[in-house]
Design a binder for this molecule. Sequence first.
Ligand code: COA
Length: 172
Amino acid sequence: MKINLRPENKNDYSVISMINDMAFGQETEGKLIENLRKNRKFIKELSLVACMGSEIVGHILFFPIIIKSHKDEFQSLALAPMSVIPELQSLGIGSQLVEKGLAKAKKLGYKSVIVLGHDKFYPKFGFKSASTFNIKPPFEVPDHIFMAIELCNNSLKNIEGTVSYPKEFNKV
Ligand SMILES: CC(C)(COP(=O)(O)OP(=O)(O)OC[C@H]1O[C@@H](n2cnc3c(N)ncnc32)[C@H](O)[C@@H]1OP(=O)(O)O)[C@@H](O)C(=O)NCCC(=O)NCCS
């Protein structure tokens, strides 16, 4: 399936919300993206849309987060949310969004990504249970669905701590 990926621009905002609403069957994730866009840490280059021709069919967002230990803070990214329009799911579009998104994050200098999500989907890109790296979620969640990936060799090796999400995520 031929798709192109590009960073969002302001003409895409309503379509991005709509695709998230359709994929998740609720408005929470679309609203989350709208709220995160108002946060000064939002990185336009890491809000990527997947296009088939001129039509947007998927979206992925990586948002800066912090991993906090009792003495240090480490920069990372949360992969959240991501969506593909229901009629075009299971055709590989989501995988392309993850692969190209991770490559872009690495290019921008990020060293790791954290995701809370499907344990059948994310491990194929190299995500492992975050507990492998001594990284904890800030809430109770089954170990196998809270995952992390190193974007550079051993980039999480000397890191430990609890993920701190921006306040916008509290409503999700
Ligand atoms: C998750 C999602 C973005 C994947 O996009 P996609 O284009 O369907 O992904 P791909 O075609 O590359 O890969 C499909 C694989 O994703 C996994 N997957 C997708 N949805 C899943 C779900 N609800 N539960 C578990 N695994 C799921 C499966 O392993 C699936 O493989 P299969 O087609 O052999 O069953 C898309 O299914 C979606 O928008 N889902 C609804 C919103 C959502 O759950 N977002 C992610 C939150 S973590």
